[in-house]
Ligand binder design. Structure first.
Ligand code: MG
Length: 382
């Protein structure tokens, strides 16, 4: 279902302790803001506005580098003003759903979005909420306390889902001298019907310094590891050098193909495309297209890596096996690893290049051609 999204990343986060504002802090390898943006884009947001503090465009652009489909808008003095700025910046049709989300809840996922959009079908707002499980006390330290009934009490989380024009109208009616604590409260006050959807402990909010340690521990649960495999083969023909895994090797033959016939890079490219469900190398670079005649294959792999990263993918590791009798691969293995790491912008220890013969059997064994196979693991939003 088509929906728009507003991510509020405007707070100073005074309770989260020293250092940069929490939306720019790195959590399990990525800025906090990037987690939500990647997840909502992966969940299908047609339009996504990120509301940031005025003057922090550079931090936001750095945090979201490589992602497509988001815009920035400066926030206001309060969360409510920031949400309104975000709503005003959306160009989506007013009857469309809008999700309003706090950047400080990094682990939103596709399933949360789906549940909210379903719940919104017969309501004016839908909120993920968890029942209160701890006993509630009213009082102060060193003073007497009393117990508050937790019957019917819920902890509201974000994202919260509304119709865009309904939420805009509700905000227009909100009194200027008070501050809502969430967007559902604004719609409730305007007479809208807000329903509860299933909340999730993963939608935790980063508020205090100790929350970051908890979030680091939970980060794995908010990611999916996907594995893709690739296979390629090219025929030997007359020549004086061969390209393998982006490295030129002097040889008494060359591999025949439309591009530079680098079977190693082609196998890795297919594995990476497979891991993110993006078809195969021929879909993106048809061999019938004269643009790719003699082309250097590193651009194919770089394109696949860009596609993966645009979907929030983090390449975990690459493992490629070259299958041939000649040339000898071992003297070139480290150069191939280094070249793959460079093309994919990965640390060297995430890249492996191996080689084997087939002991004279089959087409590689008979010297008719060279084959390559590769496996790539990519972590994506769950
Ligand atoms: Mg090929």
């Amino acid at each position: 279902m088509t929906f728009a999204a507003v991510i509020v990343a405007g707070g100073a986060g005074a309770r989260a302790g020293q250092g940069p504002a929490k939306q720019w802090r790195v959590l399990a390898g990525k800025p906090v803001l990037r987690w939500s943006v990647e997840a909502l884009l992966a969940a299908g947001a047609a339009e996504l506005v990120v509301v940031i503090p005025a003057g922090e465009t550079d931090q936001a652009a750095a945090a979201l580098r490589g992602l497509e489909g988001w815009t920035l808008t400066p926030g206001g003095a309060t969360r409510a003003r920031s949400v309104q700025a975000g709503l005003a910046a959306l160009a989506s049709p007013g009857e469309n759903p809008v999700l309003v989300h706090d950047a400080a809840r990094p682990f939103v996922g596709r399933r949360h979005v789906a549940a909210l959009l379903t719940a919104l079908a017969d309501a004016d707002g839908a909120v993920p909420a968890l029942p209160v499980s701890d006993t509630l006390k009213r009082g102060a330290p060193d003073e007497g306390v009393s117990t508050v009934s937790r019957d019917g009490l819920w902890r509201a989380q974000t994202p919260q889902a509304f119709r865009l024009d309904g939420l805009r109208r509700a905000y227009a009616q909100w009194p200027a001298d008070s501050e809502p604590t969430d967007d559902a409260g604004v719609v409730e006050r305007a007479g809208g019907r807000v329903v509860l959807a299933a909340g999730d402990p993963l939608l935790m909010k980063l508020t205090y310094p100790e929350d970051f340690a908890m979030a680091e521990a939970l980060a794995g649960a908010a990611r999916l590891t996907r594995v893709g495999q690739g296979f390629d083969a090219h025929r030997w023909g007359p020549g004086e050098a061969v390209w393998l895994c982006g490295v030129r090797i002097d040889h008494d033959q060359t591999l025949i193909g439309h591009s530079d016939a680098d079977a190693g890079l082609h196998a890795v490219t297919d594995a990476l495309l497979g891991a993110v469900g993006e078809g195969d190398i021929g879909d993106h670079f048809p061999p019938t297209d004269p643009r790719w005649k003699g082309a250097a294959s590193d651009q194919f792999l770089r394109h696949a890596a860009d596609l993966a990263r645009a979907r929030g993918g983090v390449i975990v590791n690459v493992d490629v096996t070259l299958i041939c009798e000649r040339p000898k691969i071992k003297p070139h293995r480290q150069a191939m690893r280094a070249r793959l790491a460079e093309i994919l912008d990965l640390p060297l220890d995430r890249v492996s290049v191996k080689a084997t013969t087939t002991e004279g059997m089959g087409f590689p064994g008979r010297g008719e051609g060279l084959a390559a196979q590769a496996v790539v693991a990519v972590q994506t939003p769950a």
